[in-house]
Each structure stands twice: as structure tokens, then as C-alpha cells.
Ligand binder design. Sequence first.
Ligand code: S3P
Ligand code: PEP
Length: 421
Amino acid sequence: MNIKISRGALRGTVQMISSKSDAHRLFIGAALADQPTEMVLNGSSEDLEATLQCLQALGADFLRQGDNIKVFPVEKKEELAVMDCRESGSTLRFLLPVAAALGRNVLVEGKGRLPQRPIGILTELLREHGCFVSNDQLPLEMHGQLKGGTFSLPGNVSSQFITGLLFALPLLEEDSEIVLTTEVESRGYIDMTLHTLKRFGIEVEEGKRGFSIPGGQQYHSPGVMQADGDWSNGAFWLTAGAMGQPVTCCGLQMDSPQGDKAILDILKQFGAHVEVEGDRVTVSHGKLKGCVIDAAQIPDLVPILCMAAAAAEGKTEIRNAGRLRIKESDRLAAMADCLKGLGVPVEEKQDGLVIHGGKLTEPQGEIRIDAYGDHRIVMSAAVGAALLGREAVIEGAEAVAKSYPAFFAEFIRLGGGADVL
Ligand SMILES: O=C(O)C1=C[C@@H](OP(=O)(O)O)[C@@H](O)[C@H](O)C1
Ligand SMILES: C=C(OP(=O)(O)O)C(=O)O
């Protein structure tokens, strides 16, 4: 699907959807619990549906009541479970160790870029601890019972490996240790996992080198759970506020463990005005100036921050962002391409971008932006084109459904122009 974006600011209030990262975790906790759990959810997505289907394949069940979903915990099943993770890295990397801890025989599939995204570190650890895993890429088959012990891995390839192990290891008979051999990146996501585990009564002790996880634990359902609002997707609207007219997002809790709430400090650093009142956050325009952004802990914010950088006066350097190359697209290459298309001077580095803001060149003819099948590129391109005053066609805009199916409906409600061609 190609969508044509018109020039013009966005303005108004958005009720934020549930955090995809939080909801993945709550669904997994609920599926492993001793009792059913009522999940209060505001808006699903392709990735969350992938997690639900995979949990169902592992023996959980669901009853949908509007947006809300009652989760019935996994029951033992002997037959091969087919887990289609679609394009969701979280689903794959969280549920592979969980399936191994449940001792399930699984066939794991995926599409888009997921089969190329790395999982070798995880599959190797599962093999070392008693499982047969046929391949280091999708599709793969896995069988056998995961055994506890020491799991050593780097902390800077994907935090999703660590989250998957943190969910799985409490289920084993034996005690386990996760030993991190490098510094941790995407730390906020590990904090989200620890927060979820605590809510389900699971004990994990954090030490200097990693985590100690006692075996033989049981997840306890708290009965009803509500996912926090989505700071990662709220960032698209808040950045639109920084670049143009004021935008308010409701339902974004400041005490959420999501690392992406750092968007507020970064937009302030650019020069935008931020007001917080309970869980209502308003961002409005200030004179934006380029800055240095360390992306190690906030990879998902980088695509939209490129647009703030394009609107800011002077140079913005995005550093420590090498991991963006192994997401749904090579996000450094995709964003360099997108910025060039919009007329923004940009230099692509091995692990970052240098963006020269406030210096737009005039487009020669129609602007067409390839979203490379990546939801965060679609949303960044839409906000960027509108707010930088460029009419542009986004190719492959349907990718937005991976995390935010209602994005364009909201975009139009906020006064944006988006026409399906
Ligand atoms: O745990 C999570 O919910 C996520 C972790 C991050 O991945 P990495 O740890 O691989 O950077 C992030 O990019 C992804 O969108 C969601
Ligand atoms: C990278 C993302 O998700 P995942 O790794 O779960 O595919 C994302 O939502 O930007």
C-alpha cells in the first residue's frame, strides 16, 4: 500500500495504545501462570497477535472480550507446536527459551526480515543446556527439555535474548545464572521484564555480572492486568509536537519502566517544550538545535529522532546505533535513504548517522520513500514529510500494522493529510 502524505502540522490529543513491549510480557506471564488473567488492552497489533498465536500453539487459550483478552494458562500438549512468529523479534526471542523450558517440540517460522535477524547466541545456549535445535535461523525445529545452569552471553547484541531466558529459567527444576560478558544495551527492556516477573511473583536476583534465578518457581496471576501506554509509539506524536503545533498524548505513565520515555528528555535537549500532568504529556515547539544522541539504550526512538534532527538548526550526531541494522530493516540505511529523499543532508556511519538539520534542499520531482517493510520507518517518514513541508509517497505503508494499526487514522484525526494511492 502506498500512501501520499501532504504538508502540514499535526495538532491535538491522542489516547495512546497499549505498549507492545509491555503487552508481550504480560501475555507471556499470564500464559505461564497458575490462574487465568484478564488483560486490559487498548489496541492490538500484528506483533501481539503473533505472540498470542504462539502461546496458543504452546497450549494457552484466550477469550476475547472487545479489546480485552482473558488468558488461560498453558496446558501440557504432546503434539508438535507450530509457532509462527510472523515478523516479531520479541515473540521469537522470548518464546524460544520458554518453549524449551516447557519441554515442547516446536516448529518455529517467521517472515519478512525475521529469518535473517540473529538468534545464534540463543540457539547455541539452548543446545548447551539440553535441547536439540535444528538451525540458527528460521525455520527451525526444537525439541528436548531445557536444563538449568550457567548461561553466558553478551549484553549488547539483543536484550531480547536476556528477556527470553529470564522468563524461561524460573520454570526449570535447577537454579540458573545469566552471566553477561559485555555491557548491556537496551537496558530499559530488561527492567520491563524484571518488573513483569515481580508482578507474577517470580524471584530474580541481580548481581554485578548478571542474574541469579532460582528454579522450581511458579508464576502467580494477579487476576487483572493492564498494559502501560506505549512510549515508543507515543514518540511519533510527541516529536510532531516538537516540530510544529502542540500535541498531547494521554495514557503515558511517567512511572512506567519503558526506557523510551527518554523521548521527553531528548526532545527537551533539542529545545522543545514538555509539560506533564499525570499521564497526559504535551510537547510543543521551541527553537530546535542539533545535539548528540547516544542510542545504545533507546534504539526504537532513533527513526523518529532523525526527523527532529532534520528540523533542528545545525548538526545532530546519533551514536552507538549499530544494532539498528538488525531490526525489521537496516534502520540506519533506511533512515539515511528517507532523509535524503526528503532533501535532508545526512552521512551514514557504521554505527550511527550525522544529520545536518535546517538545510533542506528542494526536491526534483515527486518524492517517493521506500519504507523497507518497517513500521517505524513508515511512521517516521509520515511525520517527517508532513512537518518538514514535503509532499511524499510512502511505499509499503501497510508495515505500520506491525505495532500501530491505527496510526494513519490518528494521523488524519490530528489534521494530517494521508491518501491511499
Ligand atoms: O524487549 C523488547 O520489548 C524490545 C527490545 C529491543 O530490542 P533489542 O534489545 O534487540 O535492541 C527493541 O528494539 C524492541 O523493539 C523491543
Ligand atoms: C524492533 C522491534 O520489534 P521486534 O524486535 O520485536 O521485532 C520494533 O518494534 O521496533
